[in-house]
Design a protein around this ligand. Structure first.
Ligand code: CP
Ligand code: NVA
Length: 309
């Protein structure tokens, strides 16, 4: 059975396969077609944190393809101690074709997978955001026509999104450059694990945002304070201030570079309005692609290709 807790579950060909299914379904959706490939299927969403894109893109994706979604907070589902995690996982898997989770602890997703009889999807944990990174690769492929060799520069915290992008870039043979303040870099443990799993990974760490964007194809940003870190907000605001992506910083990148943000954005903090709304920004194409890649992922996780028959 296939799970999707991390992009490390996939190899390059599998990423391409999910993107191929997604591109096919996107083209059909753009023509007004909604093939009922997942009719009668149930996607359960179990969330511990707020969400706009992840929840609604999955709900729209399953609806377009003829299935249904059920949403419940982790607390309401009983993960606050009402019953054991193993029991919740076994029961829910009996009702569902997939379970998409959004959690604080990454371990909770891993534990859930051990007991679930259906595919588990990580819809963001403190450790990873693989659905986001998959959609981002899809968006970069659409924008530039290819992935290998494209330079992906990330400015900011070495967080869940940064980790999943680093894995995605490594799988697809893209140089990944990350500019972070001291103490907020990708950890040595993560980097050595990635090097071990994908020996060709090309990752550059620097404290200098202007140097980082100099030769980039994509400049990518996430919030300075992730969900669950709200009590660090004031401290982070000061530490990350030199890492704001403004028109001045974008001017240090090639004119052909595109700006991406997983959203939600804190405008005026990690990014200024002129960049978010500027000609180089593809943030809303990126957000829409969350839905298209969700379709490809749901279909692929079932292990059959209803498009080919
Ligand atoms: N990018 C993303 O995952 O957005 P949400 O937190 O709104 O789901
Ligand atoms: N790093 C952010 C991503 C939100 C989509 C967070 O975890 O809150």
């Amino acid at each position: 059975m296939r799970h999707f807790d991390s992009l490390l579950r996939l190899n390059e060909d599998e990423v391409r396969e999910i993107m191929r299914i997604s591109a096919d379904l996107k083209a059909r959706w753009n023509q007004g077609a909604r093939p009922q490939l997942l009719e009668g299927r149930v996607l359960t969403l179990l969330f511990e944190k707020p969400s706009l894109r992840t929840r609604i893109s999955f709900e729209a994706a399953i609806t377009h393809l003829g299935g249904n979604s059920v949403f419940m907070s982790c607390t309401e589902a009983g993960l606050n101690g009402r019953e054991s995690l193993a029991d919740v996982a076994r029961v829910l898997a009996g009702y569902s074709d997939w379970i998409a989770m959004r959690t604080f602890s990454h371990q909770l997703v891993e534990d859930f997978m051990r007991y679930s009889g259906c595919p588990v999807i990580n819809g963001l944990s403190d450790g990873a955001h693989p659905c986001q990174a998959l959609a981002d690769l899809f968006t970069i492929q659409e924008t530039f026509g290819s992935l290998a060799g494209k330079r992906l520069t990330y400015i900011g915290d070495g967080n869940n999104v940064a980790r999943s992008l680093a894995v995605g870039a490594a799988l697809m043979k893209m140089p990944f450059i990350i500019a972070s303040p001291l103490g907020y870099e990708l950890t040595p443990q993560f980097l050595s694990m990635l090097k071990q799993r994908v020996p060709t990974a090309d990752i550059t760490l620097t404290p200098d945002p202007a140097a980082a964007v100099a030769r980039s194809d994509v400049v990518y940003v996430d919030v300075w304070t992730s969900m669950g870190q709200e009590n660090e907000h004031e401290k982070r605001k000061a530490v990350f201030a030199p890492y704001q992506v403004s028109a001045k910083l974008m001017a240090a990148a090639p004119r052909s570079a595109r700006f991406m943000h997983c959203l939600p954005a804190k405008r005026g903090m990690e990014v200024t309005d002129d960049v978010m709304d500027g000609a180089q920004s593809i943030v809303f194409e990126q957000a829409e692609n969350r839905m298209h890649i969700a379709k490809g992922l749901l279909v692929w996780l079932l292990g059959s290709d209803p498009i080919k028959g």
